[in-house]
Design a protein around this ligand. Structure first.
Ligand code: 5GP
Length: 240
């Protein structure tokens, strides 16, 4: 399979056409951005750590009945994925109050929710990803009611599976953002699930193990990404 022309360049990933029908290559670059692109850097190996964790999660989710776009890794930065028609929704699942929900509503950081909350934003940089509700989503005709129901079910299943896996590594899954796409009538989990798109807290220390380290300059981002990638993908009993 050959990599062909660039199809799309996002803030941290590039997507390429390939010579194989229905397959794309996603390249995880070393670019890191925060605050709507207001803060930017290039951090060596960042793409590799995020790709490694994303691939690990996609594989784990597939084995547990979640359809994802992931096929295989080509090299540490490049992933072969199923070509999807992407749905411009950022589906966020929150277990504990943190980040924008604490800034926007009278909630104390660190408060667990009685049930996981699903918050859906419109993926539109120019509009700063405004929050949607079901009625706006359907009015925009972004998905059918059946697809919306399926997306929410899948998001909650991903939350259950990832929370369990991470808890076993001493990590609390505070919240995360995922994106979906369709091929025909089937909905697949697309994009990535990485330290850039999750909020992870160390169960022992409460310290951040994700992009908040970069956003709020809480420490050496790459040292933390490296450690957390090892901790997730090579649990203690499997480490050499
Ligand atoms: P918040 O709304 O608190 O900023 O984000 C909630 C969760 O979703 C966090 O884990 C955050 O990293 C993720 N998230 C929200 N918006 C984006 C986005 O545009 N890109 C990425 N990569 N993650 C996002």
């Amino acid at each position: 399979m050959k990599q062909k022309d660039l199809l799309y360049k996002g803030k941290a990933k590039s997507v390429f056409n390939t010579s194989a029908k229905g397959k794309l290559i996603v390249e995880f670059r070393d670019d890191i951005t925060a605050f709507d692109g207001g803060k930017k850097d290039v951090l060596k190996n960042k793409g590799k750590y995020n790709a490694e964790v994303s691939a690990f999660f996609f594989d784990y989710l597939e084995r547990n009945g979640v359809k994802t776009h992931f096929f295989t890794m080509l090299d540490p930065h490049r992933m072969v994925v199923r070509k999807l028609e992407m749905i411009p929704l950022e589906v966020i699942v929150r277990n504990i109050a943190a980040g924008s929900i604490v800034r926007n509503y009278p909630l104390k950081e660190g408060t667990p929710f009685a049930h996981p909350l699903i918050v859906i934003d419109y993926k539109d940089d120019a509009r700063h990803d405004p929050m949607l509700n079901d009625e706006i989503i359907l009015a925009l005709k972004l998905v059918t009611p059946t697809e919306l129901k399926k997306i929410k079910e899948m998001a909650l299943k991903v939350n259950r599976l990832l929370s369990m896996l991470l808890a076993a590594q001493g990590i609390t899954l505070v919240d995360f953002k995922i994106e979906f796409g369709r091929q025909g009538r089937t909905i697949y989990l697309g994009d990535e699930i990485s330290m850039d798109s999750m909020r992870l807290w160390d169960k022992k220390t409460g310290g951040s193990l994700d992009k908040d380290v970069y956003r709020f300059e809480k420490g050496d981002v790459m040292a933390i990404y490296h450690k957390v990638a090892e901790r997730i993908t090579k649990p203690m009993n499997k480490r050499r």
